[in-house]
Design a protein around this ligand. Structure first.
Ligand SMILES: [Cu+2]
Length: 425
């Protein structure tokens, strides 16, 4: 078996998939690059309005090759398409619900009229199966924002109901100061795919029952757990109604524990590459549409923090790690001043795993396009034989690696027993 084949097969049993650096600069990688970023959605100009159409359906999604799960996808995409408008635009979004579940859309960080805020039973009724709702608002304030479902958010958001919403400023101070040409949107999320599956099934079942009762005219506020006021709730409880939380359907231990972490819906090795050239500046819009913290760290560079929740910072500053808490957006500028291939990843190392295996999750690469091909040959810089030295491996004190009966090569190819590790003895 040659080395490449070994890395592609044998290594899988203990770790995630790894690609050699040459692959990151291959023609296919560059051709595929645009597909790794949210698609901007086209609009129709209707009078003074920019009219967008969003629909929602259940779709099978593949965050990394060979792993699939059911998602709630806007326009068949995870994340939903990017809505990109100019400051002050009149925005109309026609939302069609093609699923058997209820939804709304909330415009995170946008100063919409309150009836457009997408909070079910507060600003609107939920958009029920096969129904439509039209959202209208003026695009303000400027910057990096996002939209997401506000019904059953614990499941609906992690199932895929989020997308970037960028409001461009014709006099953008960040553009003026850094004069970048390329920009990238990175939308982070985390997913408990087991929770999504069971909860989606449960919700679909409950909705069938609700639809039946509604058709029969027997659907009461108790079924929704929605009351006109506290007195009505108390009356219901006197008659034997139990609020869902009192029935303890779920303990804290059963709340979602994410086992997949995505950027733009993808996990490593399918995460996007940020292409850059020496001396180029790129703008990266970071959005946390998930429910866990990320501590994003860039190797080999300090980047500029230029906007916080879309608001340009009066004084940009430099750092190499940024905490991206749920609901936050940050804009950063990366200067191409250290040619190479560099990792940009969560420093909470649990989040660079797929189903518990490293490497995975939101690990991605900053790739210099002007790298000379000879620099890409990894063996040139790390010795010609990656197994060289294994024959003479001394091992660490306390580890039984001096055992001459153990052949590391054989062990790694799976033809010998695992080494006896004596640390606990
Ligand atoms: Cu929803």
């Amino acid at each position: 078996m040659d080395r490449r084949k070994f890395l592609a097969t044998g290594a899988l049993s203990t770790a995630g998939v790894v690609f050699f650096p040459g692959d990151l600069l291959a023609k296919e990688a560059k051709l595929n690059a645009p597909s790794k970023f949210p698609d901007p959605i086209p609009f129709k100009k209707v009078g003074e309005w920019k009219e967008f159409e969003l629909y929602l359906d259940i779709k099978i999604h593949e965050p990394a090759p060979g792993f699939q799960y059911h998602t709630l996808a806007f326009n068949d995409m995870i994340p939903g398409p990017e809505i990109r408008v100019q400051y002050g635009d009149k925005v109309r979004v026609k939302f069609k619900n093609k699923t058997g579940l209820n939804h709304t859309i909330h415009w995170h960080g946008i100063h919409v009229p309150w009836r457009m805020d997408g909070v079910p039973f507060v600003t609107q009724l939920p958009v029920m199966p096969d129904n439509e709702f039209v959202y209208e608002f003026e695009a303000k304030p400027v910057g990096t924002h996002f939209y997401h479902c506000h019904w059953g958010t614990l499941m609906h958001m992690q199932a895929g109901m989020y997308g970037s919403l960028i409001i461009e400023d014709p006099n953008d101070p960040i553009k003026k100061q850094f004069n970048y040409e390329r920009e990238y949107t990175l939308v982070y999320s985390s997913h408990d795919v087991n929770f999504i599956r069971t909860e989606m099934n449960r919700m679909l079942t409950r909705m069938k029952e609700r639809s039946y009762l509604m058709k029969e005219g027997r659907f009461e506020h108790e079924r929704w757990s929605v009351f006109d006021n506290r007195k009505q709730l108390e009356e219901s409880m006197k008659n034997g109604y139990e609020p869902p939380y009192a029935l303890s359907r779920r303990s804290p231990a059963n709340l979602p524990e994410s086992n997949w972490f995505t950027v733009n819906g993808k996990s490593y090795p399918d995460t996007p590459y940020l292409f850059i050239k020496s001396r180029e500046k790129i703008r990266v819009r970071l959005i946390n549409a998930g429910s866990v913290d990320h501590h994003l760290h860039l190797h080999g560079h300090d980047f500029w923090m230029v906007a916080d929740d879309g608001i340009p910072l009066p004084q940009p500053w430099q750092r190499n790690t940024v905490p991206l808490t749920p609901g936050k957006t940050y804009d950063i500028i990366i200067e191409g001043n250290n040619r190479g291939i560099w990792t940009f990843h969560d420093h909470d190392t649990r989040k660079v795993t797929n189903n518990g295996l490293y490497p995975g999750g939101n690990l991605l690469a900053l790739v210099y396009e002007d790298l000379p091909p000879e620099e890409l040959i990894i063996s040139k810089h790390s010795g010609n034989d990656m197994f060289k030295g294994m024959d003479n491996m001394e091992g660490h004190e306390g580890m039984d690696m001096k055992d001459k009966s153990m052949d590391m090569k054989k062990m790694m190819f799976g033809e010998d027993k695992l080494p006896k590790i004596a640390l606990d003895e």
